[in-house]
Design a protein around this ligand. Structure first.
Ligand code: ADP
Ligand code: MG
Length: 379
């Protein structure tokens, strides 16, 4: 069991700055997801914790111990990758147990005088059996990887990590090779497993839905920087900037450029009244009130007929361009003047493609971003 800490971590590959001063404190038993677009530095950050990359500067701690110069194999971590790298000629039992047989292990971690030793055959067997039961694959132990489905292979890879009983799990897109349905299922299993085993975990993914559902906290990354670290609720409800706001949530938040005139947000096509305290905060902090961006999630825009507090101050008249029925709600892509945005409205909506239509913005759920810094001025 362990905490993980990265302090002022910088990683440069020759001239290229990949991690630009990363700071994070991960608590014992916590599952933190590093999420962000491809190439932003997630895997590199994780590999610095693993010891597969040397940090250019900064400090990595595992269990309050500086591990900068500790080789990967001595960091007491176990990694699971997208590519399971199972040995094709070995059955599941041997694939899971291989790492245990191959090297000396500190068997009794609580005994200060204990020395690492090789496990006895029966000890390995017992650990493999237990891991197989946790993963619900005891019936597959004699099979070869080629006789397993993708999901089963993934479990074997997990089994290999579990038997090591590491201080920290490091998982880099471990579910990306699975189809969507299996991925969702394995996600739930993985969460259950992590809670059951209580092992501190860093999980890397580019998939924001995976991050939202798995993470105790999410570290949202872009351009080698943690833009925001917080619970799923925090990053969803209070994104610190336009990047986080746009990256988290599906369908994405709408962004509409405009300016502030008093308490009113004004575009070429419509205007909306902001709550007074919000407007005061924005005007005080904006670089330029003439250049701000309103952000609102599609689910916070409603058909006027079903809206709770419709008024001229929160209503926008639009033309419906696209209408998609998702069963639980209706997705609308709409247009007014040169402004396009999306809404998710009640299935009872009478909106039809090509017709004019009134939508209501939930003004308590909007965000205003600075036009130049892109910071959220409303939190
Ligand atoms: P992510 O996992 O978020 O997709 P990575 O951490 O793999 O991103 O990569 C971040 C950036 O670092 C990318 O631009 C990648 O090309 C670069 N990079 C990663 N590893 C190396 C390396 N060994 N040498 C040079 N550049 C690298
Ligand atoms: Mg990666």
């Amino acid at each position: 069991m362990a905490q993980v800490k990265m302090k002022n971590v910088v990683k440069q590959f020759s001239e290229k700055l990949v991690l630009d001063n990363i700071n994070i404190d991960i608590a014992d038993k916590e599952l933190v997801v590093f999420v962000g677009p491809s190439g932003c530095g997630k895997s590199t950050a994780m590999r610095c914790v693993a010891g597969l990359e040397e940090v250019t500067s900064g400090v990595v701690y595992i269990d309050e111990k500086v591990v900068n110069t500790v080789p990967a194999k001595d960091r007491d971590i176990a990694m699971v990758f997208q590519n399971y790298a199972l040995y094709p000629h070995m059955n599941v039992r041997d694939n899971i147990g291989f790492g245990l047989k191959a090297r000396k292990i500190l068997v009794d971690k609580d005994d200060p005088k204990a020395v690492p030793r090789k496990l006895r055959h029966a000890e390995v067997e017992a650990k493999v059996q237990r891991a197989a039961e946790i993963l619900k694959i005891p019936d597959l132990l004699e099979r070869k990887p080629s006789e397993l489905s993708g999901g089963q292979q993934q479990r074997v890879a997990m089994g290999r990590a579990i038997v090591r009983e590491p201080k920290v799990f490091l998982m880099d897109e471990p579910l990306s090779n699975l189809d969507a349905k299996l991925r969702a299922h394995m996600r739930t299993e993985l969460k259950r497993l992590q809670i059951e085993l209580g092992v501190t975990t860093i999980y890397v993914t580019h998939d924001q839905a995976e991050a939202m559902t798995l993470g105790d906290r999410i570290a949202c990354m872009n351009d080698g920087i943690f833009q925001q670290i917080g619970t799923p609720e925090e990053v969803y409800d209070k994104p610190v900037n336009k990047f986080v706001a746009g990256f988290i949530g599906s369908p994405s938040m709408n962004f509409i450029s405009g300016k502030l005139e008093g308490d009113t947000f004004v575009t070429s096509a419509f205007s909306l009244d902001l709550p007074t305290d919000m407007a005061t905060k924005v005007i005080k902090n904006a670089t330029n009130p003439d250049e701000v961006v309103l952000g609102i999630r599609p689910e916070d825009i409603e058909d006027r007929e079903f809206a709770l507090n419709p008024s001229s101050a929160n209503t926008v008249s639009v033309k419906v361009m696209v209408r998609e029925n998702y069963g639980s709600d209706i997705f609308l892509a709409v247009n007014v003047d040169s402004i396009d945005f999306n809404a998710r409205v009640n299935t009872g909506t009478k909106a039809r493609v090509g017709t004019d239509f009134d939508l209501v913005f939930d003004m308590s759920r909007i965000h205003i971003f600075d036009g130049s810094t892109e910071e959220n001025l409303t939190i």
